[in-house]
Design a protein around this ligand. Structure first.
Ligand SMILES: C[S@@+](CC[C@H](N)C(=O)[O-])C[C@H]1O[C@@H](n2cnc3c(N)ncnc32)[C@H](O)[C@@H]1O
Length: 274
């Protein structure tokens, strides 16, 4: 049987603010946005801990790098601007997935409806309990929306995803690749361009490569970009993900819908740019 020919998968990473990055992209130039923004609202309003999600000091010389990462200023006007830029760069008849904690969902979730056609709210059950003052957090949300009419290509994907959170992650807010793989599995075709303007450790980039897609992403943190560049290069060269060696799937039944193709040792074209 003749094998289908695919374009080489490329990875483009920029150390940039999400808005500057999105403004640098052409209209309708990406096929899906999957992202996990660094919300500041929950910290500001609920004053968890010391009022910060992350206080891991990495560099004494560069004040911009003193925290592992900065929080995105997610006031409603900035968030609306961010979403408008997401809509501009996304092709028509395509999907958007945005992660939310409970607080940000209440404050910013409604703004997504002003810009996109919101279709569902998915719960990511992290299996293991985390921190939290009133109730300890065990879940996050993924809001699913469309630009135009595109349907999911699958009808077997549940709206609760059970993937174990990453313990002792290389990056403080590193999410399991499976969370992004679940976002992509009913929404992409090979050769689609996946975009994440808050790339962190690059879990979305690995999920994109596993599905035969290209990736464009940005982060304000130099460490995030360096980690993601190295991670994607290793993955493209070896087929192994150096930052997540263990599956986050606890129960095969929970993830039967997640048919990540096994790309181990498959040669794919790499091209990283800063
Ligand atoms: C929640 S983390 C993303 C984690 C990522 N999903 C992963 O699995 O590793 C959010 C990221 O947004 C970045 N960030 C914060 N403010 C930003 C901004 N204005 N523009 C772009 N990135 C920003 C942070 O440096 C951080 O890496």
């Amino acid at each position: 049987m003749r094998q289908q020919q695919h374009m080489p998968r490329t990875v483009r990473l920029e150390r940039m603010d999400c808005l500057d990055f999105l403004r640098s992209l052409a209209d309708e130039s990406v096929d899906i946005i999957v992202t996990d923004p660094a919300y500041s609202g929950m910290n500001r309003h609920l004053q968890f801990g010391h009022g910060r999600i992350v206080g891991h000091y990495a560099s004494k010389s560069d004040p911009a790098e003193q925290k592992w990462f900065q929080e995105f200023h997610d006031d409603p006007a900035t968030y609306r601007h961010f979403l408008t830029e997401c809509k501009r760069v996304l092709r028509n008849n395509r999907h958007l997935y945005i992660m939310f904690d409970s607080y940000s969902l209440l404050t910013l979730g409604p703004i997504v409806r002003e810009v996109f056609d919101v279709k569902n709210l998915i719960t990511w059950d992290k299996i293991a309990i985390g921190m939290g003052h009133y109730f300890r957090r065990r879940h996050e949300y993924v809001l699913f929306a469309t630009k135009g009419q595109r349907k999911l290509s699958r009808r077997d994907i549940p709206d609760v995803w059970r993937f174990r959170r990453i313990h002792r992650a290389a990056y403080p807010t590193q999410k399991p690749v499976e969370v992004f793989a679940a976002m992509l599995c009913g929404s992409v075709e090979p050769d689609f361009v996946v975009c994440d303007p808050f790339v962190g450790s690059g879990s979305a980039a690995i999920a994109a490569l596993k599905r035969g897609c290209s990736f464009v992403g940005a982060d304000v943190s130099e460490q995030a970009i360096a980690l993601t560049r190295e991670r994607t290069e290793v993955y493209q060269a070896t087929g192994h993900d150096p930052l997540q060696r263990q599956s986050a799937i606890e129960n095969e039944g929970d993830a039967a819908f997640l048919d990540i193709p096994d790309q181990d040792n498959q040669a794919v074209g790499a091209q990283s740019a800063s």
